[in-house]
Design a protein around this ligand. Structure first.
Ligand code: ITT
Length: 194
């Protein structure tokens, strides 16, 4: 079975991606690859940051790999927190503080449409390709559920009455931005010579 390094330091992402991949491909985490690095995300688009992460790991290992950058884009906030989702409330990258800041900025706003957008950057034999997944939904008035991570407790996907925070991994993957992007990646890998 072919191996792929998943260039992320976020264990929640690893868990979700493993659930989608099953045993179709052998996923190697950064920890398993013995790589301890805080990959820079200096750019102002998800696409450029995803590429930065995969390129960093490809240059380090010479191995096929992929990364992803995800943002929560809130219409009433002109697309914020977007590419700044991880550091919305500051460099501490606290999920709790980020959610608190978001709910605070949404007080009194009734138009609560938002979307999660994931951009995967895959590098195979030095060539980069990107795959996008989008999940439309809305920002809840308050947190519900203790599952998932990040903004999950305040994001209700369209077609659901409950937030991602109230869903288990399989339930989230029925709606998830990450799952949609992964499906495109898997299709590509199956069709290519990989
Ligand atoms: P890596 O860069 O190491 O992959 P990260 O946590 O820094 O991990 P991002 O740069 O993509 O990941 O940050 C996106 C932030 O958006 C993340 O910290 C979460 O707060 C949030 N986020 C991403 N995907 C999410 C999801 O599926 N559900 C809820 N929040 C999510």
């Amino acid at each position: 079975m072919e191996s792929l390094i998943f260039a992320t330091n976020n264990q929640h992402k690893v868990d979700e991606v493993k659930l989608v991949l099953g045993n179709q491909f052998h996923l190697i985490t950064l920890r398993e690859a013995g790589i301890e690095i805080d990959i820079p995300e200096p750019h102002d688009t998800l696409e450029a940051n995803a590429k930065e992460k995969s390129t960093t790991i490809y240059q380090l290992t010479g191995k096929n790999c992929f990364s992803e950058d995800t943002g929560l884009e809130v219409m009433a906030l002109n697309g914020e927190p977007g590419v700044k989702s991880a550091r919305y409330a500051g460099d501490a990258q606290s999920f709790e503080d980020n959610v608190a800041k978001l709910l605070n900025n949404m007080v009194g706003i009734s138009a609560r449409q938002a979307r999660f957008r994931t951009v995967i950057s895959l590098i195979i034999a030095g060539n980069e390709r990107q795959f996008e997944g989008v999940c439309e939904g809305k920002i809840a008035e308050f947190r519900t559920g203790g599952n998932g991570f990040g903004y999950d407790p305040v994001f209700i996907p369209d077609g659901s009455a409950i937030s991602f925070g109230e869903m288990n991994g399989i339930e989230k993957s029925a709606f998830s931005h990450r799952k949609k992007a992964m499906d495109k990646l898997i299709d590509f890998l199956k069709q290519s010579m990989f």
